[in-house]
Design a protein around this ligand. Sequence first.
Ligand code: HGY
Ligand code: MN
Ligand code: MN
Length: 397
Amino acid sequence: MGYEEMWRDLLPIGRVSGGGYRRFSWTAAERECRAWFAEEAGRRGLTLEQDRNGNLFAWWDVPGGRRDAVLTGSHLDSVPDGGAFDGPLGVVSALAAVDLLRERGVTPVRPLGIAVFAEEEGARFGVACLGSRLLTGAIDPVRARALRDGDGVTWADAMAAAGHDPEAIGPDPDLLAGIGCFVELHVEQGRALETPVGVASAIWPHGRWRFDFTGQGNHAGTTLLPDRRDPMLPFAHTVLAARDAATRHEAVATMGKVRVTPNGVNAIPSAVQAWLDTRAPDDAAVRATVADIRAAAEKAAREHGVEVALAEESYTQVVDFHAELRDRIAATLGGPPVLPTGAGHDAGILSAHVPTAMLFVRNPTGVSHAPEEHAEPADCLTGVEALADVLENLIAK
Ligand code: HGY
Ligand code: MN
Ligand code: MN
């Protein structure tokens, strides 16, 4: 199955009306994506394995065993109504790069693996890069098992329902020890890249926080304004404060997910849960932004007789990619642009354990995490060639 055919088979999976994707971990759509990957790996004679955490690996093995392996790949899960390229471009390109290496007659001297990491978006269970965090020990398996989706289903329940043992999840040092380096190709998620392919220098520090505003549910018609303890008001103040604080600290802050209880038109809410995503070029700016937003939320909550609690759900420190690997890749590709990103990736999690690098493929509009996400076919094919060049340089010597 060539590059175009792989996209033809993958594109319809998990696409919803409006053109976006809903490929959430352990759901039917994501299981279909896993089956697609297994079939493509099988077609290429790659050895398919699933690790204890639900991550998939397709291996082009060599006689010497799984040492100093070169790993590539990305993820197949999506954000709600996400685009077609975020994640899948890295997986399709890795499979197509294997085809290209074989056409070139490349004989690897070390294993080449293609990874599909689980729950990279954290769209269902709330913690981004959950599969790579579990693999590397960056999250406590007890906490991971208990993570719940919007319907109260835990990671453990969902994993078990898919036929896997949630009690087995946790760090896999042996698997990690066999990986010599990881190179992830990903669609660029901003507008900074003006050439078909670029190389990542860093990932901004970023985190997710949950606000819990608790007030008093009541009747929308009979409750006088002074008698209300409406959690929607401090929530609204907090959304506006997030924009102000991000502007002040040259950060970005987003409140894109809110859960209102009971969510009725004629009922004053009893509770509002709202999530904050904050990112900035440095850690101090992220922390200062969140501190300002927290202060504004607490002040508004007091003024409205509402309680508020803030919980940090995940945080990723700044990732400066491995300089030697980055420079080796840049040299292989003839000096493409080298740029940071505000988007998190499994490469960011693995970079604390193995030399890691990222290739970006141009996104002409910069739109991502939306159905309109797009990359030109010519740029994507240039990305496959670039990935094949990089992998050849890494596996054939
Ligand atoms: O949220 C992110 O930056 C990534 O797409 N998971
Ligand atoms: Mn994403
Ligand atoms: Mn991604």
